[in-house]
Design a protein around this ligand. Structure first.
Ligand code: C2E
Ligand code: MG
Ligand code: MG
Length: 491
């Protein structure tokens, strides 16, 4: 429709110009006529027509620069300028700002082709435009993103509308119903805030919606802080890896019978400007952003390097476990990559144990079985971490032969706090694991009472502050040289 406007006005302008030329030819005597009052009149009319033509053209081209060519609704310049102007006039606080992203447009393009994808975006935009009319205004930000200012009293109704937009698309000559799924960052506008902050807040809320899978997220103050902290960690991560800021600490594992060092767990620490940062502050962020696998292999390699150095210096190291995120379970070469690093440092598999959390193991039993077969062939042990916290711990034990079961500390704590069910649970899991010829380890052991309870229940290995916290490499090396723990009296 807009293109039609443009063409008409250009034709009109050109027509005027041609007439002007004809007229000037006439005036200069090319048509050998004499100048009459009609000529003056004609000249005036021509000038008016020319000016009108030019102004229509300017108008149209202005409108064109505000219209998105695919969807025929306002584009990013238009919506941002309109919102900005209303905010300047203090009229925007009656509105809620919404940054909207269509969820499946990439999938649509892949499945139905780009033309159908474009058509969908066009139809969707038109749907928004015709719904919103006097309730607000909408523009396309580009791609499958839209920006909407909707009057506060229509917000709930509008969101309901968004949840129910269904199109019928033709696929292989068959009509298919397609529900458009979206996610939105929402911010009710206030007058006391800068315009760009409004846009930032909706972007932050949209980013949270993408991360959390919650489709409609309203901005909250705390989000910006968390979001910036998260960005900072991701920005610093690559640099920190290159500058060796991540190091493994080693937490000793102790044989419950002999109270002698029998292993360790490598736990990552980020040493930043001399400060030791615990993994809780960065592991979940790296996991969410798919950067954890790099860190896992890095820590594993540092651990292999340390093992090699200890062996070369004549020290017989204990077996050390390394934590791997569930994100690796999508990597077909996961086992091969572990074995390759182990071989690079010419290590025997008996020095190495891989820890996977119980919840990650539940996702793909088949993959896990193949993975475990491969690493066991290389002599590497497999431990199931945080056992008991998942929903199918029993089927996990039934289906799958791990080497070590690491009982989550929460059961120990509640057993010792007088919860009889937890007591029975811990005792029976230990018994069952023993009958399956696997090893039980209990983490988080802090007190003598906990230790005694676990010893009585038959737990094989103890890990916890009672014996040692995670230690820096040198302190752990010293511990390996003095593996006996002194019996503490009077505890
Ligand atoms: P996790 O693998 O279950 O490790 C045990 C956690 O319990 C460690 O926390 C350890 O310091 C802590 N802990 C040990 N003994 C005690 C105790 O007696 N009392 C208490 N309250 N806590 C104890 P940390 O080092 O903060 O690690 C937390 C989690 O971070 C680990 O839990 C593991 O899931 C993850 N993590 C650590 N390093 C890595 C890594 O390199 N890769 C991956 N993917 N995850 C890691
Ligand atoms: Mg662990
Ligand atoms: Mg654990």
């Amino acid at each position: 429709m807009k293109n039609k406007h443009k063409t008409t006005s250009f034709i009109f302008l050109e027509f005027c110009i041609i007439l002007m030329y004809l007229f000037s030819f006439y005036e200069t005597g090319i048509f050998a006529g004499s100048v009459s009052p009609f000529v003056y009149f004609f000249e005036i009319v021509m000038t008016i027509l020319t000016i009108t033509g030019i102004s229509i053209c300017i108008n149209t081209s202005n409108r064109m620069s505000n219209i998105d060519s695919l969807t025929e609704i306002g584009n990013v310049n238009w919506i941002m300028a309109k919102g900005g102007k209303m905010h300047f006039l203090k009229k925007l606080s009656q509105y809620t700002a919404i940054f909207l992203n269509m969820k499946d447009s990439k999938y649509m393009n892949e499945k139905f082709g780009n033309a159908m994808g474009d058509q969908l975006i066009h139809d969707y935009a038109q749907n928004l435009q015709s719904y919103i009319k006097k309730k607000g205004f909408v523009g396309r930000m580009g791609g499958d993103n839209f920006y909407i200012f909707v009057k506060n009293e229509y917000l709930d109704e509008f969101i309901e509308h968004l949840k129910n937009i269904v199109f019928t698309v033709q696929y292989d000559n068959t009509p298919i119903s397609y529900q458009v799924k979206v996610r939105c960052g929402i911010f009710p506008v206030t007058d006391d805030i800068e315009y760009r902050e409004i846009i930032n807040h909706t972007s932050t809320a949209l980013a949270i919606a993408k991360e959390t899978g919650v489709d409609f997220v309203e901005y909250e103050e705390s989000m910006q802080k968390d979001f910036l902290a998260e960005r900072q960690i991701l920005d610093d991560f690559k640099n920190a890896l290159e500058h060796n800021e991540f190091v493994p600490y080693y937490q000793p594992k102790v044989d419950s019978k002999t109270e002698k060092l029998c292993g360790a767990e490598a736990l990552v620490r980020w040493i930043k400007n001399g400060e030791v940062i615990s993994p809780a502050a960065f592991i979940p962020i790296l996991e969410k952003n798919n950067r954890i696998t790099e860190l896992d292999f890095y820590i594993f390699e540092q651990m292999c390097k340390d093992l090699r150095n200890w062996i070369d210096s004549g020290l017989e190291p204990v077996c050390i476990s390394s934590n791997f995120s569930k994100k690796h379970l999508k990597d077909e070469n996961f086992a091969e990559e572990i074995i390759q690093i182990m071989n690079q440092y010419s290590l025997d598999g008996r020095y190495i144990e891989v820890e996977l959390t119980e919840s990650s193991c539940m996702e793909d039993f088949q993959f896990l079985k193949q993975f475990s077969t491969k690493i066991k062939r290389a002599g590497i042990k497999l431990a199931i971490d945080d056992f008991g916290t998942g929903y199918s711990s029993l089927s996990m034990l039934h289906e799958f032969d791990a080497d070590v079961i690491k009982l989550d500390k929460s059961f120990l704590y509640s057993a010792l706090a007088g919860n009889d069910r937890s007591k029975v649970f811990v005792q029976d899991v230990i018994r069952m694991v023993e009958n399956l010829n696997e090893i039980t380890l209990c983490e988080g052991v802090e007190t003598k009472a906990q230790l005694n309870f676990l010893k009585e229940a038959g737990c094989n290995i103890i890990q916890g502050y009672y014996f040692d916290k995670p230690l820096p490499r040198d302190a752990f090396e010293k511990r390996m040289k003095e593996p006996e723990y002194e019996k503490r009296k009077g505890e």
